[in-house]
Design a protein around this ligand. Structure first.
Ligand code: SAM
Length: 306
């Protein structure tokens, strides 16, 4: 894909998270429901191949043309077992994490000084160059944890006046995105980076976003993993500082309830609701969750004036 930025060898961390789920989501054309069952139809190319059968009898050549595959091949693949099989998130938490407020307040009261990796600096340099070349004055939007970039392409198409930066740490997913979006919008740059590094570099340069979306972040559902969720991570104040319209989506409402509570600690209101749009799924994970009959949730907050 144009604008792909790959910045050298990595440790592979995060590469395999949910790989199987995404692989199953890949290449699906349409998902639909009949009653409680979810199906996906894959329509194969029109086949007009024929079989030529030659049969010899009493010295005469009898040729029969058997059009065995003249009809469009419609392969109905009941993919409940392969695709629409996502189970709801299960957690040992029954409500908002009891340490959430303490953890968020601690992070808000301090500056996270962990070093930023060289490859994230290199990725940021590519972003800076691209932004300089394409118009510093244009609104800036970021799709963090973009996976294969499906939502990033939609975002860029819907906002041709803006520059959209799509970030993921997985080279594998970005490469698959590059194969999938043969002609990505010109206002989209996919970058391989760790968000925790890239976000901080953006903040250090005083960048302000118009829109920031984080769709289906890894839920880290175990109670012990609170600090791996974005709102429990020391990088959280940076997310707030980058500003913009913040949107998160998840199939685990508790994740978003915690985000809502974390925002409330900073005096920011957020609206949490089931995603009701009739629009096609915005991401591979969204498609899979919806095909599995799960409700997906959306949280929207305006950080613009923070
Ligand atoms: C559950 S997937 C969702 C992908 C995509 N948004 C979707 O809905 O199909 C989470 C994504 O976040 C990425 N990710 C997780 N932690 C990250 C980090 N620290 N920096 C960049 N990407 C990260 C993973 O590589 C993965 O692609």
């Amino acid at each position: 894909m144009d604008g792909h930025a790959f910045s050298g060898a990595r440790d592979g961390k995060g590469e395999h998270d949910d790989e199987q789920a995404e692989a199953q989501a890949h290449g699906v054309l349409r998902g639909f429901k009949v009653g409680r069952a979810a199906f996906t139809v894959t329509v194969a190319p029109l086949g007009t191949a024929c079989h030529l059968l030659r049969k010899f009898h009493q010295g005469l050549a009898l040729t029969a043309l058997i059009p065995t595959m003249c009809l469009p091949q419609v392969a109905l693949m009941v993919r409940n077992a392969m695709f629409a099989n996502s189970r709801a998130v299960s957690s040992n938490q029954t409500g908002i994490h009891e340490d959430l407020e303490k953890v968020v307040r601690r992070h808000l009261a301090s500056v996270w000084r962990a070093p930023i990796a060289d490859h994230d600096h290199a990725s940021f340099e590519q972003v800076v160059t691209w932004r300089n070349e394409n118009g510093l004055e244009r609104p800036l939007m970021v799709d963090s944890g973009c996976g294969t970039g499906r939502s990033s392409v939609l975002l860029a198409q819907a906002n041709p006046e803006a520059l959209v930066i799509a970030v993921d740490q997985s080279a594998n997913r970005l490469e698959r995105g590059g194969r999938r979006w043969l002609q990505p919008p010109k206002n989209l740059l996919l970058v391989r980076a760790d968000c925790t590094g890239l976000w901080r570099l953006m903040q250090q340069q005083g960048w302000l976003l118009d829109r920031h979306q984080i769709l289906y972040p890894n839920p880290w559902p175990k109670s012990a993993h609170l600090k791996r969720r974005w709102h429990g991570h020391p990088v959280w104040p940076t997310v707030l500082a980058l500003g913009g319209e913040l949107e998160l989506r998840s199939n685990w409402p508790l994740y978003l309830q915690e985000v809502q509570a974390a925002l409330a600690i900073s005096g920011i209101e957020a609206v949490l609701s089931p995603l009701t749009t009739e629009a096609p799924a915005a991401t591979d994970f969204e498609e899979k969750y919806q095909a599995s009959g799960q409700t997906v949730w959306q949280l929207i907050a305006s950080l613009a004036r923070q």
